[in-house]
Design a protein around this ligand. Structure first.
Ligand SMILES: Cc1cc2nc3c(=O)[nH]c(=O)nc-3n(C[C@H](O)[C@H](O)[C@H](O)COP(=O)(O)O)c2cc1C
Length: 152
């Protein structure tokens, strides 16, 4: 079956969702996704979620229909849905990147590259910038080069 990539954004319903609730959401999501062959990333920036899901089209569509109805967020807005060959975000069943919680170095890097409002990176409007932010988040999660710099 063809693989697809789906990207959406939404607003967190709880302005200050406790870390343990977020952690549980991501843990449960990763477990479900693993069973479905779905991978991806979930970014949180201030109150905004940005999620990318990759995997078999039917499974991703079914999951997205469930996610839309989840009361933990609202104003879900589809950004992209495409059939894909190579996957870009296949390293995690689901992984949370809280842009607020990043160490100084990657936080400053993102702040220099994207707009910032109330201390949080604004999820870009343009599709290529959304991809750019997701790929930056992937790079940040993959290696933690600032840790080497800090201990050097
Ligand atoms: C921002 C956000 C992202 C989510 N991402 C996933 C996900 O990647 N995989 C998943 O199974 N559930 C995800 N969920 C949870 C689903 O909405 C849903 O609660 C879960 O799939 C269990 O569904 P069920 O109660 O119908 O079994 C997410 C929820 C939110 C609010």
């Amino acid at each position: 079956m063809a693989n697809c990539r789906l990207i959406y954004r939404s607003l967190c319903s709880d302005a200050s969702m406790p870390n343990d609730e977020l952690g549980e959401l991501v843990r449960q999501s990763a477990e479900n996704n693993r069973a479905l062959g779905i991978t991806g990333l979930l970014l949180l920036s201030g109150n905004d979620f940005l999620q990318v899901l990759e995997g078999p089209s039917d499974a991703v569509n079914t999951l997205f229909n469930r996610i839309i109805r989840d009361p933990r967020h609202h104003d879900v807005s589809l950004i992209a849905f495409e059939q894909i060959g190579p996957v870009y975000f296949d390293e995690w069943d689901m992984h949370l990147v809280d842009l607020f919680d990043l160490p100084k170095q990657p936080r400053e890097l993102l702040a220099a590259k994207y707009s910032v409002k109330d201390g949080a990176v604004v999820i870009p409007e343009r599709l290529h910038e959304v991809y750019s932010l997701l790929l930056d988040a992937r790079t940040i999660c993959r290696g933690r080069p600032w840790e080497d710099a800090e201990t050097a």
